[in-house]
Ligand binder design. Structure first.
Ligand SMILES: [Fe+2]
Ligand SMILES: [Fe+2]
Length: 215
């Protein structure tokens, strides 16, 4: 029996220009080199992760404001559901961060730029009735559906090629699918099959990626 030794092409240090530089020091980032070998467009992945992080961060802010305006007896139960979705969006933001930096990316220095890139202005309070519960729920649903599209895209381009990013993206997608079903149930009576978390912000699929928030 013969053992196949790794070829030169398998050596992540052998790519023509694999090095990064800080000051006068250059060094190899094998975690990025292997992705280049796998045919991954690393700058594209970073760009998508930063964009998705901006959406999660901004949605967390807007869900905070929308939740405050769920008033009255009916509003109390809606508040509970928005609270779970809101805290899990924070978990999604946190879940993106380490991967962005491992890949050599960063979030914008200017927070306004970060929030603007999210395109989440539609999550402002309904007008003229700021406590219109149905309109608030429709906005929440639209945010969840947008998030599903965003994370599904990242899953598709990382599947089988960038295992670490895929692991994060598919776990966030799993929670977004649950959030969508909660708001569909509240708006249209379509059964979600699940609703309550054990505690607010449980993040059953992403807690392991956002341990900074340790619950
Ligand atoms: Fe989210
Ligand atoms: Fe969500």
């Amino acid at each position: 029996m013969s053992i196949e030794l790794p070829s030169k092409e398998d050596d992540p240090h052998s790519i023509s220009d694999p090095s990064e530089k800080i000051g006068n020091e250059s060094f190899n980032v094998v975690g990025v080199n292997v992705l280049n070998q796998n045919g991954v467009d690393v700058p594209q992945i970073i760009q998508m992760l930063v964009y998705n992080a901006s959406v999660e961060f901004t949605a967390y802010y807007y869900f905070t404001n929308l939740r405050m305006h769920c008033t009255g007896a009916e509003g109390e139960s809606i508040k509970e559901v928005i609270e779970d979705a809101r805290l899990e969006d924070l978990s999604h933001f946190e879940s993106c961060l380490s991967r962005i930096y491992e890949l050599g990316g960063s979030i914008p220095n200017n927070a306004e730029e970060f929030i603007r890139m999210s395109g989440c202005e539609f999550l402002q309070l309904p007008s003229p009735n700021r406590t219109d519960m149905k309109e608030i729920l429709k906005k929440c649903l639209k945010a969840e559906q947008g998030a599903i599209v965003n994370w599904n895209k990242l899953c598709n381009i990382t599947f089988g090629k960038d295992h670490a990013t895929y692991d994060v993206a598919k776990d966030i997608l799993r929670e977004e699918l649950e959030h969508e079903s909660w708001f569909l149930e509240l708006l249209y009576g379509r059964p979600s099959g699940h609703m309550k978390r054990k505690y607010h912000g449980e993040s059953p699929h992403t807690a392991k990626h956002s341990r900074a928030l340790d619950r």
